[in-house]
Design a protein around this ligand. Structure first.
Ligand code: BG6
Length: 482
């Protein structure tokens, strides 16, 4: 892999500590970092190289999926780390940073390939990008890449504005938008499973599939993020990005060999084919909920509006369920149901594909529909639900196709590795982000105008009863882990 300098804005922050350093350490142990690799951490705190390295060591020990070995590997790893105090708005700080980076590149004999990772609030993206350009940090002699985290905007107009500003400094192929759901190993396998297996490929159409159910339920509540979450809600926090990405990955049809461009183009085509909602029709296809007091794992928990930092009369959504249709030759007539929520019964991210009843058989008495279940997290696995007959009666039979895997790479490992290699396949392209916002915008408008009722659901439940009705109207039900 080409040598690279990793320039991390927000190096003293929580994401860096919990996700980025542990991910880099695991890549290092697996030999997946470039041979000439340096990391420049940036922040406002008055840290030194030494105190920074000690902090990185500490975070690896605390958060890495692999225990840090006592074989000197952690010491070797942190030797590549440097720290610079930087005020995002101060040009002199960028000039000093450039000087240090150049010295280090010269010492290593490394070309100026620089990856800028913005682990800071989106309100800083524009200033940072402009200062990278002006200071000469984005050298033209090597490559430059920008890695950013959601939220990419707050609605369609603000997302477009953000993109317009960033595109003045970085080309689309230089921007790597992280949606960490795309880094989850099972999500990365979905396209390939369908692409490389005629058994699955042949079934991946409206001829055999009755409906697709995509769930991301969490047991946690708003946690310490009231200030952020109360302004975004489940729709912006999970649905517009993670859930619609899962929809694209579930519905994708790929030719045998496909480039990163083809994958992203196919995803874009799917999003374009999702039937748009009109503001006045949102209430018929979208259920919005907010958790009330209840119990999680037997322990009583407060309702959303009683959480610290949340206004008592908040109408923010902590649960969303929606029914979508993809109007293309593969999926016409197959409803896709999506739901996500906080304070639900279980932590589970999964896609369930429900097959139609056998075409030429009388269906009465024939067990349950065939299901293909992709468990994405917290455990990963693939399961097929079939029917068999015992003592003259049909009985369900579960076949584990791919059992839970231990020690799978974390999403951030896959994504950081890909960004260092310059592979954008599992990053959100601007076209996908824009189309997702476009689809979500009428829902935001309908919520803002109170055209959609807000249903309470007990913490520890599967969400409001109305979410079951969304499926019952079509003659279906949500499938759980049964
Ligand atoms: C984040 C959201 O993007 O994803 C959080 O901001 C949510 O609210 C998290 O808890 C869920 O991620 P995961 O990987 O635990 O399913």
């Amino acid at each position: 892999m080409e040598s690279a300098t990793f320039v991390l804005f927000g190096a003293t922050g929580d994401l860096a500590k919990r996700k980025i350093y542990p991910a880099l350490y695991n890549l290092f142990v697996d030999g997946k970092l470039p041979e000439s690799f340096s990391l420049f951490g940036l922040g406002r705190r008055e840290w030194t190289d030494e105190s920074f390295q000690a902090n990185v060591e500490q975070s690896v020990r605390q958060f890495s999926r692999r225990e840090a070995k006592n074989d000197g590997s952690l010491e070797r790893f942190v030797r590549a780390f440097r720290y610079n105090v930087l005020d995002i708005g101060r040009k002199e700080d960028y000039a000093r940073l450039l000087e240090r980076i150049e010295q280090r590149e010269d010492a290593l004999g490394a070309p100026p390939n620089r990856l800028f990772y913005l682990s800071v609030g989106p309100e800083f993206f524009e200033t940072i990008a402009a200062n990278i350009l002006e200071s000469g940090l984005g050298s033209e002699q090597g490559w430059k890449r920008l890695v950013i985290e959601k939220p990419f905007g707050h609605d369609l107009p603000s997302a477009r504005e953000l993109n317009r500003k960033l595109s003045q400094t970085f080309a689309e192929e230089e921007i790597f938008r992280i949606d960490h759901y795309l880094g989850k190993p099972m999500v990365q396998k979905m396209g390939a499973l369908q692409q490389a297996n005629p058994v699955i490929q042949a079934l991946w159409t409206n001829r055999y599939i009755a409906n697709v159910q995509i769930t991301a339920s969490e047991t946690v509540g708003v946690e310490e993020r009231a200030g952020y979450y109360d302004h975004v809600g489940a729709l912006r926090d999970m649905f517009q990005n993670h859930m619609l990405q899962l929809l694209m990955m579930a519905a994708i049809h790929l030719p045998h060999e496909s480039s990163s461009e083809q994958v992203r183009f196919k995803k874009q085509r799917i999003m374009q084919a999702v039937v748009p909602l009109q503001k006045q029709d949102v209430a018929g296809s979208v259920v919005r909920g907010q958790y009330a007091a209840g119990a999680i794992g037997g322990k009583p928990v407060a309702g959303y509006s009683a959480e610290p930092g949340i206004a008592e009369d908040s109408t923010n959504d902590t649960f969303i369920a929606a029914r979508l249709e993809i109007d293309d030759i593969y999926w016409r007539g197959v409803p896709f149901y999506i739901r996500t929520g906080k304070r639900m019964k279980e932590k589970s991210t999964r896609i369930v594909v429900e097959f139609k009843e056998p075409l030429q058989q009388p269906t009465q008495g024939l067990g349950t529909p065939n299901l293909l279940v992709f468990e994405i997290g917290p455990k990963e696995g693939i399961r097929l639900h079939l029917n068999t007959k015992e003592d003259g009666e049909f009985k369900p039979m579960r076949v584990e196709l791919h059992g839970s895997q231990d020690d799978v790479p974390e999403a951030y490992e896959n994504l950081i590795h890909d960004a260092l290699r310059g592979d954008g396949t599992f990053f959100a392209h601007w076209d996908e982000v824009e189309l997702s916002w476009q689809w979500v915008q009428p829902i935001l408008d309908a919520f803002a105008e109170n055209l959609v009722p807000l249903h309470a659901y007990a913490a520890g439940s599967y969400g409001p009863a109305e979410s079951d009705e969304l499926l019952a109207r079509d003659g279906y039900r949500w499938w759980f882990d049964e």
